[in-house]
Design a protein around this ligand. Structure first.
Ligand code: 5RP
Length: 215
């Protein structure tokens, strides 16, 4: 296991301490969350199940014997645990490296507490070194790319990737995001955008970076 994997596992194990008995847990997507799902599997008899942010996590959860519920059937959640691609000191995030940003954002919005698990290399002062993912309706790809270019970044189509919702991803390179809440709001206004991987209006409540807890 690499050092980064060890730090991801440390963060995921710490996040297990936020899980309450008898509850349904919101579960994100990615390699850090994979460690969290392994831990949830060990305590599966203590939880009521999970709401999943991707087909990939659904399959993993089921492999660990955890029942997966539709968010519509179970209402608001007490806890959502997910990874991130970048995190700033205000716990605002870039997410979507795994193309699951829209479902992740929905579950984060429907959860009272969002615990984000990362390895410390993801912690930055200003967001934007990681290209910002934007999920778009396929027919709007060029239109949205032109609108995104006006913010000063270079949008690149993640060719060959189709999201679980049947949409496409544009990754915007070269941004220095000094106003994450404002940029999230502006990108949300572009017709054809399904969601943007900036989690700033609703940041994480707690970030666990390896063995360090922020917030
Ligand atoms: C998926 C995500 C992931 O949380 C993000 O890409 C981090 O993944 P990893 O834990 O594998 O580094 O946003 O859409």
């Amino acid at each position: 296991m690499t050092d980064r994997d060890t730090q991801k596992r440390q963060a995921a194990e710490r996040a297990l301490t936020y899980v309450e008995d008898g509850k349904i847990v919101g579960v994100g997507t990615g390699s850090t969350v994979k460690f969290f799902i392994e831990g949830l599997g060990r305590m599966r008899d203590r939880i009521a199940g999970a709401v999943s942010s991707s087909e990939q996590s659904t399959a993993l959860l089921q492999q660990h014997g955890i029942e997966v519920f539709d968010l519509n059937a179970v209402g608001p959640l007490t806890l959502y645990v997910d990874g991130a691609d970048e995190c700033d000191p205000q716990r605002r995030l870039i997410k979507g490296g795994g193309a699951a940003l829209t479902r992740e954002k929905i579950i984060a919005a429907a959860s009272a507490r969002f615990v984000c698990v990362v390895d410390p290399a993801k912690c930055v002062d200003v967001l934007g070194a990681f290209a910002l993912p934007v999920e778009v309706i396929p027919m709007a790809r060029s239109h949205v790319a032109r609108a995104l270019a006006a913010f000063g970044g270079q949008p690149v189509w993640r060719d060959g990737v189709v999201t679980d919702n049947g949409n496409w991803i544009l990754d915007v390179h070269g941004l220095r995001i000094t106003d994450p809440v404002g940029l999230e709001r502006e990108i949300n206004q572009i017709v054809g955008v399904v969601s943007v991987g900036l989690f700033a209006a609703r940041p994480a409540d707690v970030v666990i970076a390896g063995d360090r807890v922020l917030g």
